[in-house]
Design a protein around this ligand. Sequence first.
Ligand code: IPE
Ligand code: IPE
Ligand code: MG
Length: 247
Amino acid sequence: MVSGGLSPVPEHVAIIMDGNGRWAKERGLPRTMGHTKGVDAVRQVVRAAGGCGVRYLTLFAFSSENWSRPAAEVSDLMGLLRRFIRRDLAELHKANVRIRVIGDRENLRGDVLPLLLEAEETTRLNEGLTLIIAFNYGARDEIARAMRRLAQEAASGRLDPALITPDLIAENLDTAGIPDPDLIIRTSGEERLSNFLLWQAAYSEFVFLPDYWPDFTAETFAEALKLYSGRERRFGGLSPVKTAVAG
Ligand code: IPE
Ligand code: IPE
Ligand code: MG
């Protein structure tokens, strides 16, 4: 994340893929069609990110609040995730992509959890792009789970509360070992975080784009990176820190 004044490519890009439903509605199609088309956009952005030197790409696929949608839509979204992993895992593995999953793994029904674990296990040693899938993810839930773990350690006497620092908290989040996102993109014109990476976004740059997620292409991604490259990051200091350099 530190600058050398070289290529201003963010090390970690996180995307709130929003607008599938509205994309479908505008075309008189069922919402599911928007989600299906959204998977094609996922394929494009993974390729684009790997191709331009981004090291970590986080995609918000399903939030802990999305369970409140109609059962049929939830079930369609689960089906799409399953199909995506079944169809694309081999190719992602071949492309040296390492998959990580963040979010609560409890209460995932059927074969979703085993598939996610298989994706992580198969690609564990890959050294190309790290693709982080945020699934059943909510930042408040993530922070609460981390706090619970630290509280249990403290209560059992294994952890001195004086040693609880921001770094220790970060190490207990689902994103342990992953650098904070340099750039967070949200599509569809909405300008909010919706419980995404609240801790990790402390110094992220934000790019909000009007495009609905199914219309997102490699060009849209390049446009977001260009906006990012013009940003001055200060991290609380006085002198601007040039945007991140990959690798
Ligand atoms: C994003 O699109 C996909 C998920 C949240 C799973 P939406 O389904 O939220 O689409 P809109 O916001 O209703 O258009
Ligand atoms: C955020 O989008 C979740 C994902 C993109 C998976 P939502 O569509 O669920 O967010 P809100 O409800 O508009 O804030
Ligand atoms: Mg939405």
